[in-house]
Design a protein around this ligand. Structure first.
Ligand SMILES: Cc1ncc(COP(=O)(O)O)c(C=O)c1O
Length: 427
């Protein structure tokens, strides 16, 4: 099949509810290598979305390929029985996770790990604490439990539950119309007021840096202020690091950037080079005692399968051996400087923000009014793709997340293309 035939076949047979960016792309990818993707006709693209923030080592890292190929010859699935691959994944994660997180359970998707976290929370929650808290514009997945923590339109009818909501620290669009730092962190104070006054909240589920909501990076003190009140009120801190675990924002976990210690953490995308793998990591008392320790409560058909565990163990080993995390700060600065220069030169950009190698460009039609401009974001995304850089589109925001081992030359090359595409949009 050529690209035209692939697109026509999918147009006819595939449910059209794929992401907006894939609907708009009209590209058929055939191969990946390092930071590059190649379409069926052999055209080359820099992947500045890293799959979907999955390819932290780029595509087809040779060490991961070698280990996965070997596992392919040995064993694929034996339910949740013990395997060397799973033990290696446990060890690899325990080398990176903060000390209090002594136990891990393996699943296949981010949402599946979030569901497991909800089970773990309610397994130990006292009878009076039967509600969960979450933040506005947080994203935790599309299964029913995870969806109950998501209170914004994610493309289909609203099935959000009765979780208690707090304000994220969206400084560009402050919901309280304040400015940092004179705001005195009113958003964090309001979260604290909500969650401490109710008395019935078992846990706060949060992304340390909101991803799908538009890369919302809170000021340094935001999470420590909230963590303190959670501790005082016996509210568990459940960090959804499905995007950030594995170094996407710099440290292995984004929580480490903020100096807070969660009770439970979910990780997925960047941990296994694109293989279906997710993890719930947690404190001993939550994971190994009480109902969550009961037979079967942390097992699923594909959870911890040897292929995914091998991919995860290999990915984490490469992260260590090639000292990938040590290089992120410098690359982040290079990308940030480039994006800020673009923002200074192009009025279509209302804001750029990010941490580590997770960035967002927010498009507006009027800088003063901050009027969201989804058309401009869409046009930028399409033009970049045509010019050979793949990014991640959502509403009026384009997210930028190259592989963590991206070269300086490839960062510079992408920035040149971004500049040209912005200029074209303004012409
Ligand atoms: C923070 C966060 N949590 C959970 C999920 C859900 O993960 P999945 O799509 O693998 O179910 C996502 C997906 O993007 C996510 O970004």
């Amino acid at each position: 099949m050529n690209s035209e035939q692939v697109l026509a076949t999918e147009q006819q047979l595939l449910s059209p509810g794929i992401s907006e960016e894939s609907q708009l792309a009209g590209v058929v990818f055939a191969k990946g290598q390092g930071s590059y993707l190649f379409d069926l006709e052999g055209r080359q693209y820099l992947d500045f979305a890293s799959g979907i923030f999955t390819q932290n080592l780029g595509h087809n890292h040779p060490e991961v390929v070698a280990q996965v190929k070997q596992q392919l010859d040995e064993l694929w699935n034996v339910h949740d029985a013990s395997t060397p691959a799973r033990a290696r994944a446990c060890q690899a994660l325990s080398r990176h996770l903060p000390e209090p997180l002594t136990r891990v359970a393996f699943f296949t998707t981010g949402a599946e790990a979030v569901e497991a976290a909800i089970r773990a929370v309610f397994s130990s929650a006292p009878p009076e604490k039967q509600r969960l808290a979450a933040l506005r514009y947080g994203f935790h997945g599309k299964t029913q439990g995870a969806r109950s923590l998501v209170h914004w339109d994610i493309g289909y009818s609203n099935q959000s539950g009765n979780s208690v909501l707090g304000y994220a620290a969206n400084c560009y669009r402050c919901p309280l119309e304040r400015s940092y730092p004179s705001c005195d962190m009113q958003c964090a104070k309001l979260v604290n007021k909500h969650i401490s006054s109710k008395g019935n909240i078992a846990a706060l589920f949060f992304e340390p840096v909101q991803g799908a909501g538009g890369v919302i990076v809170p000021p340094p003190e935001y999470w420590s202020m909230i963590a303190e009140v959670c501790r005082e009120n016996g509210i568990l801190l459940v960090a959804d690091e499905v995007i950030s675990a594995g170094g996407r924002t710099g440290p292995f976990l984004a929580c480490q950037h903020y100096g807070i210690e969660p009770d439970l953490v979910m990780g997925a995308k960047g941990l296994s080079s694109g293989f279906p793998f997710s993890v719930l990591a947690g404190r001993e008392e939550l994971m190994a005692q009480g109902a969550f320790a009961g037979a079967g409560s942390a097992s699923s058909t594909y959870g911890g399968n040897p292929m995914s565990c091998t991919a995860a163990a290999a990915t984490l080993e490469v992260l260590e051996n090639e000292q990938v995390l040590a290089g992120i700060e410098e690359k982040s600065l290079r990308l940030e400087n480039g994006l800020r220069t673009l923002a200074a030169e192009h009025s279509a950009i209302g804001d750029v923000r990010g941490l580590g190698l997770l960035w967002a460009i927010e498009f507006v039609s009027c800088r003063k009014q901050k009027t969201p401009d989804a058309d401009a974001a869409r046009a930028f995304y399409r033009q970049c793709l045509q010019a050979g850089v793949r990014t991640c589109l959502g509403g009026n925001i384009v997210r930028i997340g190259p592989p963590l081992n991206i070269s300086d030359a490839d960062i510079d090359a992408a920035l040149v293309i971004f500049d040209a595409c912005l200029a074209k949009a303004e012409a």
